[in-house]
Design a protein around this ligand. Structure first.
Ligand code: PLP
Length: 355
């Protein structure tokens, strides 16, 4: 058995894979594959509607918040957000907590002024900034709720008067938050809700239409809203697999239930990292991510040895990102506790042999 700890594209529930495979051969008993299915058919329109409604239901969104499934990944949102929300003379506030934040900052600068109100860069992104102020006139305040590469997470969402915008790519649907308090949320699906090729955007309609710039049709959120997220051909298969994952999430008890499991998995692994004399975590304790657990070995020359040792026992995808090194075990929603237990057992055994 392979335990898939990849950061993304990543693990999905086994039953989702089975249902997706079935739909490739025969979608919804139509005798056609989902891959050859027209997006304007009543069957697919129903898929899109159910996916949007289920996301709304699971996140307890109010009627002002619209759910969209768009192309282009989270990286396109780095520019689409400021294009829709920021005029050249205006300023947007950004928190710099990792590689993805800094990429979002770079794109925003093409559309207006950017005030980086806090950063953890000088300490290699090992913590979440705490004491900082956001100017009242900043059009919005952008955070990356979970830093996939360095393994830190905003446990508390900052309370400011500004419109909150969040890149939730790697912790979307992993915990309960007051999602209605955000003006805009975006998340590439391939981390925690589906396959690559689609990005979920949740946007409060009331924040749109305030800028003066001409926005290309396909980049204007309002057009996607008025067309029910079907402005052009949506990524049909990716949306369908997201729907299957959303149904699975609802069936196991929604965000309250998954949050409990995710905390349990993360606690198990961090306890092993803290107790095991060969390993350590680089991230401040209170800011450690429950999704992407990054860790290193005190003796870095052993890292290669441990990696091979783990791979031999079915552990896949724990090599850390090239920028942070060491290891990263991603514990997304579909990862069972038993796989995390297997990993901690392997770390424990390794310490007995090499410690
Ligand atoms: C993976 C990731 C991205 C990039 O997503 P793409 O869909 O590849 O554009 C952006 N932000 C965060 C936090 C990520 O984890």
């Amino acid at each position: 058995m392979i335990h898939n700890f990849n950061a993304g594209p990543s693990i999905l529930p086994k039953e989702v894979f089975e249902q997706a495979a079935e739909a490739i051969l025969n979608f919804d008993n139509t005798g056609l594959s989902i891959l050859e299915f027209g997006h304007r058919t009543s069957e697919f329109t129903a898929v899109m509607e159910e996916a949007r409604l289920l996301a709304k239901e699971l996140m307890h969104l109010d009627d002002d918040h619209q759910v969209l499934f768009l192309h282009g990944g989270a990286s396109t949102q780095f520019m689409q957000v400021p294009m829709n929300l920021l005029d050249p003379k205006d300023c947007a506030a950004y928190a710099d907590t990792g590689v993805w934040s800094s990429k979002a900052i770079k794109e925003a600068k093409l559309f207006g002024k950017v005030d980086v109100v806090c950063s953890s860069k000088e300490k290699n992104y090992s913590f979440i900034p705490k004491n900082f102020a956001v100017p009242n006139d900043a059009k919005y305040f952008h955070i990356t709720t979970n830093n996939t590469i360095y393994g830190s997470q905003w446990k508390q969402i900052p309370n400011t008067s500004n419109i909150m915008v969040a890149d939730m790519s790697s912790d979307i649907l992993s915990r309960q938050l007051d999602f209605n308090s955000f003006g805009l949320i975006y998340a590439g699906a391939q981390k925690n809700m589906g396959p690559a090729g689609v990005c979920m955007v949740v946007v409060n309609e009331n924040i749109l239409g305030k800028t003066k710039r001409a926005i290309p049709t396909i980049m204007d959120y309002r057009n996607h809203i008025s067309e029910g997220s079907m402005l052009n051909t949506p990524p049909v298969f990716a949306v369908y697999v997201c729907l299957l994952t959303l149904r699975w999430l609802k069936s196991i008890g929604g965000l309250a239930a998954i949050e409990k499991k995710n905390i349990e998995k993360a606690n198990l692994l961090y306890k092993e990292i803290d107790d095991n004399k060969l390993f350590y975590s680089q991230i401040d304790k209170e800011d450690r991510s429950n999704m992407n657990v990054c860790f290193r070995m005190k003796d870095e020359s052993l890292e290669k040895v441990f990696l091979e040792y783990a791979i031999k026992q079915g552990i896949s995808g724990i090599k850390g990102h090239r920028l942070s090194g060491g290891f990263r075990a991603s514990l997304y929603n579909a990862m069972p506790l038993s796989s995390v237990q297997t990993l901690t057992d392997i770390m424990h055994q390794f310490a007995l042999t090499y410690g």
